[in-house]
Structure formats: structure tokens, C-alpha cells
Design a protein around this ligand. Structure first.
Ligand SMILES: [Zn+2]
Length: 332
């Protein structure tokens, strides 16, 4: 997927125009929700700037020496900076390596390019160290900071970058694109609902086992209030999955139940494939208890998203037990 994605077109043209006019800044900040393809955009731009023979529309040729090195991940004028492990920080040593990389002159005489992703993974030391570089950027260099949460970046860093905002594309455009990528049988509206309309996140739901996990989770949740399943062993199963994803789905399901309990309208269901079960649960449960459950899930999400080591199994157990208790509270 090396070509420019349809919803990137106008940003791509904008950046390319600046490049052709020799007005490209030294630092770009690519912001927007996850699943919009910001990193792919950065990669495509790096390939174009390093390509010896870019195409008329600005895409890299894909065949020259530079393109081959890029595809092999060994281009000496290109550096990718990311946490050593997903969810970890970008350490100050990595920024020092970046500064050293910039200190050497280009080997192919074009640009020296860095993609740093996600930028919010930098700790304070890393960010301060990067800031010095941004204040005095060497010529013919470009750093692209990719950020899903630019609010977490230092204001001084943001102010040194030219910002590119990746907003959610129109639904029609995304549906048409997903239609091309997926088989006819794929539930595209559901995928978009579950991924907050972010096209690559929607695609990833199909390409991974995520949808099957989601089915299993909902079966578990629907069974809990019947009292016929053990919340502790169920929570134990969940703790082996991507816990943040589990919590997001629970949250979305609980929201659907609350929304239906309050409005009686079926057209607002995000999880419309579980409509019947959700309607039944909405009639059984006490709305206040559902709000309490929602808050519990939200707090758990914040805890597992934080830095500290969290006992996620304990959190999931207390949520599972609360789901069981919902059925006891409904008669109040
Ligand atoms: Zn090329």
C-alpha cells in the first residue's frame, strides 16, 4: 500500500507543492486519530524525497537504488525512531542516535529523513533533547513526527513543526475504499462503527482475529448476568487479550444498552449486529447501575493506558462481577 490513500490526496498535493517550490519545512507534525494512515503517508513522502526518479504525481518510482534500499529498510539517509516495544517510551538514547544520524552528511546527496512515531512516546528528556535539534535543524533534513495525541506533546515542539491534520474522511469515500480492499461479505458499516470511522483501523479488524475475539467477548458478557458462568475465569480469559481493546468494546456495548434504555431507538446502535441481545439487556438493567458500570470501565481503561504496571486481571474481575450484579439490581 505504497500509493497515496484517497483521503490523503489534498494533504499530499499540498506537501508536494511545497517540496517542488523548495519550501518544505524541516519538521512536520502529522496528527490525527489512529488508523488514518499517517505513518504510511510519512513513509511515502520519505520514499519520494529520496527517490532518484519520482513520478509525475510525486510518487517514488519504486525501482531506483534509493527505492530498493528503502524497501529493504537499509537506506543510509533514512531513520525510523519508535519505542523498542509497543506502548513503551522513546528513550533519550534514541534521540541521541537521531542527532548523530543528522550530524553525518547525506550519502545519496538528497535528504536526510527521520520518522518518529508515535511522538507522544517521548519522555521529557527525549523531548527536550529533540527540541534542541528542532531549534537548529541542519539543511536538507526532514523530521516527521507522527502523533495520535498531539495534546501530549510539549508546546515548544509543536510550535517548531508545520502541522498536517489527518481528519476522518467522508464515510462514502471510506466505504468505497474498504469495498475495494475486502470481500463483498465484509460488514463494512459495522467495521467503520467499531473503528470510529478510521479506515485502516477498520481494515485491521478483518485482517487480525479481532472480530472473532469481539464475538467471544459479547457471548461472555451476555452470559454473565444469567449467573451460569464464572466471572473470575471469564476475566482471566480476557486478561490474555489486548486489554484496552476489550475495554473499548465493553464500553461501546454498555453505551449501546444505555442509549437504547434512554431513547428506545434502534438506529443509534454502534454494535447493530447484537441488536436483539442489547435490547433485551436494556430492558432488564437499571440505568443508574449501567452508568456505574460505564464509569468502572472508563477508570479501568485510564489505568491500563497509564504508565504504571497495572493488575489488569483484577480490574477485569471487578468488571465481570459488576456485570453479574447488574441482573440482581434490575428489580430495584
Ligand atoms: Zn525511486
Amino acid at each position: 500500500m505504497n500509493s497515496v490513500l484517497p483521503w490523503h490526496n489534498s494533504l499530499w498535493q499540498q506537501v508536494l507543492r511545497r517540496y517542488q517550490q523548495d519550501r518544505l519545512p524541516h519538521a512536520l507534525l502529522l496528527c490525527g486519530p489512529s488508523g488514518m494512515g499517517k505513518a504510511l503517508f510519512a513513509q511515502a513522502l520519505a520514499e519520494t524525497l529520496l527517490c532518484e526518479n519520482p513520478q509525475a504525481q510525486g510518487q517514488a518510482c519504486g525501482h531506483c537504488k534509493s527505492c530498493s534500499l528503502q524497501h529493504a529498510g537499509t537506506h543510509p539517509d533514512f531513520l525510523q525512531v519508535q519505542p523498542a516495544e509497543a506502548g513503551k517510551q522513546i528513550a533519550v538514547d534514541q534521540i541521541r542516535d537521531l542527532i548523530q544520524f543528522y550530524a553525518l552528511s547525506t550519502q545519496y546527496g538528497r535528504y536526510k529523513i527521520v520518522i518518529l512515531n508515535p511522538a507522544e512516546a517521548m519522555n521529557r528528556n527525549s523531548a527536550n533533547s529533540l527540541l534542541k535539534l528542532l531549534e537548529e535543524p541542519p539543511p536538507k533534513t526532514l523530521i516527521m513526527l507522527v502523533s495520535h495525541q498531539p495534546m501530549r506533546l510539549l508546546a515548544t515542539i509543536i510550535s517548531r513543526c508545520q502541522r498536517l491534520d489527518f481528519s476522518r474522511p467522508e464515510r462514502k469515500l471510506t466505504e468505497a475504499w474498504l469495498q475495494q480492499q475486502l470481500k463483498d461479505s465484509a460488514p463494512i458499516p459495522l467495521l467503520l462503527n467499531l473503528s470510529a470511522q478510521a479506515p485502516l483501523a477498520a481494515l485491521a479488524l478483518v485482517e487480525t482475529e479481532a472480530l472473532a475475539k469481539r464475538q467471544e467477548l459479547f457471548k461472555n458478557l451476555a452470559a454473565l448476568p444469567t449467573g451460569r458462568s464464572d466471572p473470575i475465569s471469564i476475566a482471566n480469559g480476557w486478561s490474555k487479550w489486548d486489554v484496552r481493546q476489550v475495554l473499548e468494546w465493553m464500553f461501546s456495548w454498555t453505551m449501546d444498552i444505555i442509549r437504547y434504555a434512554l431513547t428506545g431507538q434502534v438506529q443509534f446502535f454502534v454494535n447493530y449486529d447484537h441488536q436483539e441481545v442489547l435490547q433485551r439487556l436494556a430492558q432488564q438493567f437499571n440505568v443508574q447501575a449501567l452508568f456505574d458500570l460505564l464509569n468502572l470501565q472508563k477508570e479501568a481503561y485510564q489505568l491500563v493506558s497509564g504508565k504504571a504496571n497495572i493488575n489488569s486481571q483484577g480490574l477485569l474481575e471487578s468488571i465481570a462481577i459488576t456485570w453479574v450484579e447488574l441482573s440482581l439490581q434490575h428489580r430495584r
